[in-house]
Structure formats: structure tokens, C-alpha cells
Design a protein around this ligand. Structure first.
Ligand SMILES: [Mg+2]
Length: 165
């Protein structure tokens, strides 16, 4: 597989709330690996909204198993979010390296074929998932970047997403 195809998400969505989970089920996907920062919550935020609670609860009712993966080096924050949402969590995940994905699939007792990764970063969430054959869903970041190197990275992502159409 060439690098561009490894960076191409299988699906793009505005946010986690606009993903069609019935469609995912039809594809045989029953396990979700979730990125935290800018996918579920703004970076550094601990503000878990009722809407997010409900989203998680609904997925569980639908029969999905979920696991959080974060590259964050702040275990306390990821732990807080995981415990509050009663979800297993992995921090310091080193995505796109495969370790966090393998660990998540072990926790979920899943295989790439029945697992989807939902995340906001092409070079971490999408690349890592595609490399292992996990169904990749790209969501737009929640808050605009203010840190310049991140702004550049987002511009590269946008350019790539345009090119990969
Ligand atoms: Mg993220």
C-alpha cells in the first residue's frame, strides 16, 4: 500500500455525532477505538457534556464496545475521562505506531475487520488504523488550532484530504 492510500480515511464526518452507526454495523463493525483530544473533547478540556455521555451510552446500547486511545502524556486527564465515561482507556499511545491499536483491540477482544478508529488526525489516527486494516473514520477537529506548528500540520492534512479525493 502506498502512503497516500494509508492516509486516506475510509469515511469522513463532521464530528462523532454525524457518524452513521447503523451503516458501520452493516459493515460488521462492533468495536470502536476513540481518539480523545479534538475528537471527543477539546484539547485539555475535562468538560464532558451530557451530549457526549448520551452518545457513549447510545453506542453501548447499540452493542458497540468502545476504548479510548490518547497520545496524551497526561494520564490523570485520560483516566478521568475514561472513568467518567466508564470506558477503558490508553494514554501515551504513540499513534500512529501500532501498539495502542493492538492494546485497544486486545481490551475490546476485537480484530481489525470488526473495529473502527475514530479520530481527528490523519498522521496519527487514520494512518495507524489503515496500516493495520482497521476501518478509519476522520472527524473534523473541535476547536481551531492556535499553536502554529499544529496549524501547519492541519493545513497539510486539508491539502492531503483534497488530493486524496
Ligand atoms: Mg486527536
Amino acid at each position: 500500500m502506498k502512503l497516500p492510500s494509508l492516509l486516506k480515511p475510509k469515511q469522513k464526518a463532521k464530528d462523532i455525532y454525524s457518524i452513521n452507526f447503523d451503516e458501520l454495523k452493516k459493515l460488521g463493525i462492533t468495536n470502536l477505538i476513540l481518539d480523545v483530544d479534538e475528537t471527543l473533547l477539546p484539547r485539555r478540556s475535562l468538560d464532558i457534556s451530557p451530549k457526549l455521555f448520551e452518545w457513549v451510552a447510545t453506542r453501548k446500547e447499540e452493542g458497540f464496545k468502545l476504548c479510548l486511545t490518547s497520545n496524551s502524556r497526561q494520564p490523570i486527564r485520560v483516566q478521568y475521562i475514561g472513568k467518567t465515561l466508564t470506558l477503558p482507556y490508553i494514554f501515551f499511545g504513540l499513534k500512529p505506531l501500532p501498539f495502542a491499536f493492538w492494546q485497544a483491540m486486545k481490551i475490546l477482544e476485537s480484530q481489525p475487520a470488526n473495529t473502527a478508529m475514530i479520530g481527528d488526525q490523519l498522521f496519527m489516527d487514520i494512518l495507524g488504523a489503515n496500516f493495520l486494516g482497521i476501518y478509519s473514520i476522520f472527524t473534523k477537529l473541535i476547536t481551531p488550532e492556535t499553536f502554529l506548528p499544529r496549524q501547519w500540520m492541519r493545513q497539510v492534512e486539508d491539502w492531503l484530504l483534497g488530493r486524496l479525493q
